[in-house]
Write a protein that binds this ligand. Structure first.
Ligand SMILES: C[S@@+](CC[C@H](N)C(=O)[O-])C[C@H]1O[C@@H](n2cnc3c(N)ncnc32)[C@H](O)[C@@H]1O
Length: 274
């Protein structure tokens, strides 16, 4: 297994090459369906009768529209969306099917066994998830042997107005394999206040590097190996480079894989300049 590499392949295939108990931590923003079975909640229909999602799902439409024809668009919450390039052009059909992006119909029970297998004993696993899928993820994680350690909240500092309260936070399930492991900074709060990325996002769920670093640096030491099976635009990998940790990652979508590669090249160039 080559370290410090993102593999453009299905993690279900790729992770089979990782040896048992060889990874020091897993940090991942995992794929999930935004609404069960399509646009069941908050949906509305267009004049042509197509189902259309609301809230963040509707934002995704604006991404795709912009990627196709427009240069920018300001949403009701003041968020400015700009052209993301070709990545998002095909996404509108997936959004209609209740998906955030093309590849997110993998089940938790598909990948959790390998994630558990490759972790060393007494290590942490951070899984980022929304409120709706939290219960299922925890249940499936406990089935493969993980122990619940804590529930962290990411306060994003922004959100879209919503009739059932604004969605301005996400959850991070902190699990452990084996015995207890203490975090490095015991003064860390379980509310992580990091502003969300506004505007030039390279991936619809791109996460701030500082958020990823916080988790990585609390549960690993320099030179340790971090796995992210769902790299997207590569935020976990960049956080590892900045924190001097090794990483192994997978991204099935060739366009996001390219985005991640470009970001990593820039990161290495910047490191060389200092
Ligand atoms: C929630 S996004 C991660 C975004 C990332 N946190 C970022 O900052 O860009 C999940 C990613 O997992 C990828 N994915 C879904 N199924 C996959 C699979 N079986 N193997 C590898 N990647 C997969 C999707 O293409 C998507 O980019």
């Amino acid at each position: 297994m080559i370290l410090d590499k993102i593999y453009n392949e299905d993690c279900l295939v790729g992770m089979k090459s990782i040896s048992d108990e060889s990874v020091d931590c897993v940090v991942s923003d995992v794929p999930y369906l935004l609404v069960g079975g399509g646009c069941s909640e908050g949906e509305y229909r267009t004049a042509k009768g197509h189902k259309q999602p609301s809230g963040i799902m509707n934002r995704q439409r604006s991404y795709t529209k912009i990627a196709g024809n427009e240069h920018g668009h300001t949403l009701a919450d003041g968020t400015k969306h700009v052209n993301l390039g070709g990545c998002m052009n095909d996404a509108v059909e997936d959004v209609r099917a209740g998906k955030m992006f093309a590849h997110n119909d993998i089940k938790f029970s598909d990948w959790l066994p390998d994630v558990y297998r490759v972790l060393k004993p007494n290590t942490h696993c951070y899984l980022m998830i929304n409120s709706r899928n939290l219960k299922d993820l925890q249940t499936e994680a406990e089935k493969v042997g993980f122990k619940f350690q804590n529930l962290l909240v990411w306060d994003k500092g922004n959100g879209t107005p919503n009739k059932f309260y604004m969605q301005c936070l996400e959850f991070i399930l902190l699990l452990r394999k084996g015995g207890e492991r203490w975090i490095n900074d015991m003064g860390s709060k379980n509310i992580l206040r990091t502003p969300n990325i506004i505007g030039d996002k390279l991936h619809p769920t791109q996460k701030p590097i500082s958020l990823m670093r916080h988790m990585i640096e609390n549960s690993t030491n320099r030179g340790d190996i971090v796995l992210d099976p769902f790299m997207g635009s590569g935020s976990t990998a960049i956080a590892c480079v900045q924190s001097e940790r090794h990483y192994i990652g997978y991204e099935i979508d060739p366009q996001y894989y390219e985005v991640a590669q470009n970001r990593l090249k820039n990161e290495t160039r910047q490191l060389l300049l200092f």
